[in-house]
Write a protein that binds this ligand. Structure first.
Ligand code: PLP
Length: 409
């Protein structure tokens, strides 16, 4: 079926191993549309200067572009004010900022930090550090047999001791979406703040941080068609105000004396040093591109594609799907294993056919242990993928076992 968006992505027009490239690793990073590439070129061709510092026209332009990008992000996620939008280098940095600036100052001995067993290491290891330093406890929300967080886990694990609940909105391994409304409701009932890791959902669903009543949210630009090197931290102003800076240095101060300093207002307080203006400009262009397509259209393409992929993969009797087989309430992240074949071999054999899939533990060791696995192969779909991509994948997967001299269909 004709997909009108492929033409927007130059990287998708190439061949690999003499085959048309099939890119199915969008959860790792997405390809970039020409509009984003053009925005980067324009920035460096015309507007590059250090922002917030110079009195000259170019620096003013760089500042304006950077701050306009902040406004684009604010509007995109429904935040009330640009003071609540902090640019970081990635979701990982946003989560570290929260762990150090919020976690280390609010968590006390005996408190609980609640995460799900499906967290990416970047929403887990920083909280382990906080818990260890403060003698607090990490409490896990475990998953049901379909890889989803059941209501009873939310009701029983988020207790009066919980101070922070930091949960992924969509799993980067299983594709399941977390019941964020129920998590927020319960967390707020017990007085805990909620941090939502939107990294795997923000490019696929219209999200509104105010409607969801999130206290903090994080995501990376590069998984939503923007360049690498820019991430976002959203935080309610009342929390960001009370937090100490994470990184110190230029651009985040108000005044500096020999022995002390005062800090800039939000959000600059959290943006020490020269910021990645280029990537913020690219993120703004990526958001505008997404908005031109619209989330209704994105869902119109992605939903049946996920269904088709689940169906085609389940036709292979040597293949086990890991995660929710129901196409509802999940993203296009689909993990699987081929009987008696290591996922790295699956990925290498698919690569010979020009198909990019991810293999490994997906930065989710505790989840892998919980599932009794060491690794999976993983595809992750987005709106520029097609049924033809899935057919090529399904066809290629048929040959994986034959290549290795194992029994095949
Ligand atoms: C759910 C989730 N959270 C956080 C991250 C970390 O993103 P980054 O490496 O861009 O910081 C990832 C990356 O795969 C992810 O999938």
């Amino acid at each position: 079926m004709f997909n009108p968006y492929i033409k927007d992505f130059p990287a998708l027009k190439q061949t690999v191993n003499s085959k048309r490239l099939i890119y199915l690793d969008n959860a790792a990073t997405t390809q970039k549309p020409q509009t984003v590439i053009d925005a980067l070129t324009a920035y460096y061709s015309q507007d590059n200067a250090n922002p917030h510092r110079g009195a000259y026209a170019l620096s003013v332009r760089a500042t304006e572009l950077y701050e306009a990008a902040r406004e684009t992000v604010r509007e995109f996620i429904g935040a009330g004010s640009t003071r609540e939008i902090v640019f970081t280098k990635s979701a990982t940095e946003s989560l570290n900022l929260l762990a150090y600036s919020y976690g280390m100052s609010t968590i006390q001995e005996g408190d609980e930090i609640v995460v799900s067993i499906a967290e990416h290491h970047s929403n887990l290891v920083p909280w382990q550090q906080v818990a260890a330093a403060k003698k607090a406890k990490l409490v896990y929300l475990y998953l049901d047999e379909n890889g989803m967080i059941p209501k009873r886990e939310i009701e029983t694990k988020i207790s009066q001791n919980a101070k922070i609940v930091s949960v992924t909105h969509a799993s980067n391994v299983l594709g399941g979406m977390s019941p964020m409304e129920s998590i927020v409701k319960k967390a707020h009932e017990v007085g805990a703040v909620v941090i939502a890791d939107l990294t795997q959902s923000v490019a696929h669903r219209k999200l509104d941080v105010v409607k969801l009543d999130l206290d903090f949210a994080v995501f990376s630009g590069h998984k939503m068609y923007a360049p690498m090197g820019v991430g976002v931290l959203y935080g309610k102003e009342k929390y960001l105000e009370q937090m100490t800076p994470f990184l110190y240095g230029g651009d985040m101060i108000e005044a500096v004396f020999e022995q002390s300093a005062t800090f800039a207002p939000l959000p600059q307080k959290f943006e020490a040093g020269t910021q990645n203006v280029e990537a913020a400009v690219g993120l703004s262009a990526a958001i505008q591109y997404i908005q031109t397509i619209g989330f209704d259209e994105i869902q119109r393409i992605e939903k049946p594609l996920i269904q088709y992929a689940l169906q085609r993969l389940s036709e292979n009797s040597y293949l086990t799907l890991v995660g929710n087989p129901d196409p509802e309430d999940r993203t296009g992240v689909i993990s699987f294993n081929v009987k008696e074949v290591h996922p790295h071999d699956v990925a290498s054999i698919l690569d010979a056919d020009g198909i990019c899939v991810r293999s490994g533990h997906h930065c989710a060791h505790p989840l892998m242990s919980y599932l009794g696995l060491t690794a999976t192969a993983r595809i992750s779909l987005c709106f520029y993928n097609t049924e033809e991509d899935i057919d090529r994948l399904a066809e290629s997967l048929k040959h994986v076992r034959r290549w290795l001299g194992l029994g095949f269909e």
